[in-house]
Design a protein around this ligand. Sequence first.
Ligand code: ADP
Length: 497
Amino acid sequence: MPTPPDDPLPEPVAASQQKNLLSVLDATQAMLRELDGTIRFWTSGAERLYGWTSSEAVGRVSHELLQTAFPRPLHDIHAELIAQGHWQGELMHRTRDGRSLHVATHWVLQRDEAGQPSGLVETNSDITESLQADAAMRRLAAIVESSSDAIIGKDLKGIVTSWNGAAEKMFGYTAGEIIGNPILLLFPPDRVHEENDIIGRIRSGGMLDHYETVRMRKGGATFPASVSVASIRDQACSIVGASKIVRDLTEQKEREQHLREVQAQLFHAQRLTELGQLVSTLVHEVNQPLTAITNYTGAGLRLLDAGNARSATMALQKIGEQAERANQIIARLRNFVRGGATDRRPEDLGGVIDEAVALASSSLKSTDVRLRTRLHSVADKVSADRVQIQQVLFNLVRNAAEAMQQSPRREVLVATAPNSDDLIEISVADTGPGLPPEIRAHLFQPFFTTKGNGMGIGLSVCRSIVEAHGGQLWADDNPTGGTVFHFTLPRPSAVAT
Ligand code: ADP
């Protein structure tokens, strides 16, 4: 193969190179113009950027055409251009269709053969979007910094990569102390295992939302925290780390605890009031027939002593009447305990249960009990006093929640099912400790309680209410652990006939 000659390039080759250079320049967003701004050459790149064709732009003054806003007076810029041969900075331009563009510009001075400035090449590139992205980043950074939640970045090895002001306040480490160190410094020793789960979830693209746990401050003090974690992806969409938002729940937990205490005191006070009313009515009303019985007994004994059997028999009859009166008083009291007059009518059982469960869940929220219902479609109507049955459900759900306080799983399921042609069965199942035989034996006895603040009348009242409706209330073991209370209520059809 012949070697190429060492001679300078022949004319046609130089011309074609110049053509190539022009076509490269043409692809850039550039113009050749005079110092006063008159455009002499307008590339197709500029045409794409601004919208004017070369024939529309050439001959126009660029600053007027593009409504250029300069960062400083034009004569200053020209002075720098002439002194240094080039100038670069940022300009605002307007496109043919009225859009505002932020451009990075580079001007290179051209001189004629005599060395006099004859014009310049101006190349512009659109940086509007990247500036907007920068501004969005700055806004986000400001939000992160002003957040009252700790916002922490970490890589997939669990090393802290970013740390906001709230994190510093919450955990006590400055950004300088913690960035580059393992995030495990924030975990109490018995929670260290959580990090593997979190990283596993993040690697598989998952996230963690308001996970309640415990975290550790500098110095070792622990506090209840809610943690949300989401993955961080790079431009290629690969997961490279995670952002964690940590909220300190100390105050919230204290408020909840206070609320629970107030609620417990309220329940207790309410039970005491009801019980007090009950006892004073009982004492007052039953006292009268009892006094009468005592008097008649004394009189009867004296009459028998005196051999007056006829009058003694009458005294015994009076004793019988007073005993019957005492019975009636007790029956009335029973009715009072059940909640007074009943108003039984066909009721939609689902609605009755939903309301009672909503009431219970709002008063039990703080104890973290999960309440669910499972309603059977052919067990949807009962004949019942809505308020009384809600009282029964509320009592059973509250007992279930109280029983589960120490249980790892705290779930209550309220379910309905057909029991017979006439009856519907409602059950309230919990995942608590269940019923030891010594408790089960006394469960429905009035005043039997195992609670420090209990009154022990809840279940006996529930049983009275259910029995007054023609149903039954009983307790069973929950096959999956815990207790199930069942009660039956009549279907409307069973009552109407
Ligand atoms: P109180 O709630 O005031 O104690 P109750 O008559 O409602 O009165 O309940 C009596 C007792 O029955 C309770 O103190 C408790 O020992 C027991 N009990 C009730 N419900 C449950 C349950 N779901 N699981 C375990 N024990 C329960």
